[in-house]
Write a protein that binds this ligand. Structure first.
Ligand SMILES: Cc1cc2nc3c(=O)[nH]c(=O)nc-3n(C[C@H](O)[C@H](O)[C@H](O)COP(=O)(O)OP(=O)(O)OC[C@H]3O[C@@H](n4cnc5c(N)ncnc54)[C@H](O)[C@@H]3O)c2cc1C
Length: 445
């Protein structure tokens, strides 16, 4: 174990408890649920999306509103702990560990409409479902997450993941994460060949996930004892590996040390699955076609179609076009003050992580309750983003940062150096963050 790897034993039990409730799914602990006094209202609050943000808000508002009607809209009946999928795709977790039922996290008093919103009509305080059902609201919270855009890569289809054609992608689903693990195993068993790891040209959720997939695969390749038989390359559309500058520099150096060739300004454009060939659009160059034995595909991501086409989205030519328009600090839509946002769907730099949702839920609850009482909005989101960056199987770094001071690190724990790899942070990722995430869904943290 290198000096940088903190032995687990050196961390006190109290520190570990702090870790469990803290970082990763985390954020500053000051803004926790239950701070606000219950507010009386007869309002109908509609939440779109029963993922991390929607469920957190349903639970928080159930506790902090008295007399309100709360409705949540989402057709999906299963809830997935998406941060666990990198561990599934790395062969560390069984996929079942990431699946629960939405119903398990919903308070009985919340009305669940099982359908998908097809249209937002904020001028009439109404959403229209794909079934044609109309749902009117007094207040709307949009928590619809991101839409994965595999179709923007010619020849790519989620059904190709894990079919023995060398295609993996941790993002698509729980099953795709498990199938990605199978595909990586097949590549390793072949004993040689090129693995290409891509990034998307759009904002993506958990921007660390493509790096984590590369690092855990490198661990597995090193374990074969014939790492040099495998060629590993990473393609970046923007020239950057990660938005936070220190982490970007760290990963660049680590890739050099681990003989990962970086190809900057390469955007995955097309895949020929049968021929195992990937075409990349390359800045200032003609397209380049590359053979691979394994490719990890990161799809472009946008807000869901229904939101993109609505008056709630940033317009063409604005920053964050197509994502939900909110004031980045208060999380309120500036054009429709009874509409609020939370989570990945919002247009703002960084923070498409569950850890950010934890922070945003506390801010949104406080501001929403103040708005109901005609009080000034008291809470401000600071762009908090967190990612336990897995740098190999058995080690990780707890990277936490926000918008301030050009994305300076915002460490939650004095005993963890954000730039040091440690087994402690790996243990946190492996064993503690899932319960902390579920506590967040329940509105407890
Ligand atoms: C592979 C992977 C690894 C990750 N790793 C981490 C990590 O290590 N740490 C971390 O903090 N975060 C991580 N994340 C990110 C984290 O999971 C997301 O940021 C978080 O789930 C965002 O919450 P959300 O509520 O915005 O969206 P989601 O949790 O995705 O939920 C969105 C919900 O909206 C619903 N919906 C969509 N459209 C509609 C519609 N039209 N009508 C009704 N409902 C709709 C969907 O069905 C879904 O249930 C990871 C994500 C992935 C995929």
């Amino acid at each position: 174990m290198s000096k940088k790897h903190l032995p687990f034993e050196s961390v006190s039990r109290r520190d570990l408890l702090k870790l469990g409730m803290g970082a990763g799914v985390i954020g500053p602990l000051a803004l926790t649920a239950g701070n606000a006094k219950a507010v009386n209202t007869k309002a109908h609050v509609v939440i779109v999306g029963a993922g991390a943000g929607g469920l957190s808000m349903a639970n928080r508002l159930t506790n902090s509103l008295q007399g309100a009607k709360i409705t949540i809209i989402d057709a999906r009946e299963k809830h997935y702990y998406q941060p666990g999928w990198t561990l599934v795709a790395s062969g560390v977790w069984n996929k079942e560990k990431t699946e629960t039922q939405v119903a398990d996290w919903l308070p009985n008093s919340v009305n669940w409409v099982k359908g998908m919103v097809a249209e937002y009509n904020p001028d009439n305080n109404r959403v229209v479902l794909e079934s044609g059902q109309l749902v009117d609201y007094d207040y709307l919270i949009v928590a619809a997450g991101l839409q994965l855009r595999y179709e923007r890569i010619e020849g790519m289809d989620v059904n190709l993941i894990g079919q023995g054609k060398g295609i993996g992608s941790v993002y698509a689903s729980m099953n795709a994460a498990a199938a990605t693990n199978d595909e990586i195993k097949r590549w390793i068993n072949r004993g040689s060949g090129t693995g290409l790891f891509t990034l998307a040209p759009t904002a993506i959720k958990c921007a660390g996930a493509p790096l984590k997939m590369t690092f855990t695969t490198l661990s597995r390749l090193e374990n074969t004892g014939v790492r040099s038989n495998f060629n590993v390359e990473f393609m970046t559309p923007s020239g950057k590996l990660f938005s936070q500058p220190q982490v970007n520099a760290f990963v660049r150096q680590r890739f050099e040390e681990q003989s990962v060739k970086r190809n900057d300004f390469y955007t995955l454009k097309a895949i020929d699955a049968d021929a195992k060939k990937a075409t990349f659009a390359v800045r200032d160059s003609a397209d380049i076609v590359r053979d691979y034995e394994f490719i990890h595909v990161v799809p472009p991501m946008t807000a869901p179609d229904s939101l993109m086409q609505s008056p709630l989205a940033f317009k063409q030519g604005e920053n964050f076009t197509g994502f939900m328009k909110v004031d980045r600090e208060t999380l309120q839509n500036p054009d429709y003050p009874n509409v609020w946002g939370i989570g990945d769907v919002m247009g703002m730099a960084l923070n498409k992580t569950a850890a950010s949702v934890k922070m945003q839920a506390a801010v949104l609850e406080q501001n929403f309750l103040a708005h109901l009482q005609n009080l000034p909005l008291p809470a401000k989101h600071n762009g908090y983003t967190s990612c336990p960056l897995i740098t190999g199987i058995g080690k990780a770094m707890l990277v936490e940062f926000g918008w301030a001071d050009t994305m300076a690190m915002m460490p939650s724990f004095s005993f963890i150096d954000p730039m040091a790899e440690s087994w402690t942070v790996w243990v946190m990722k492996d064993r503690m963050l899932r319960p902390a995430y579920y506590a967040m869904l329940e509105g407890k943290v």
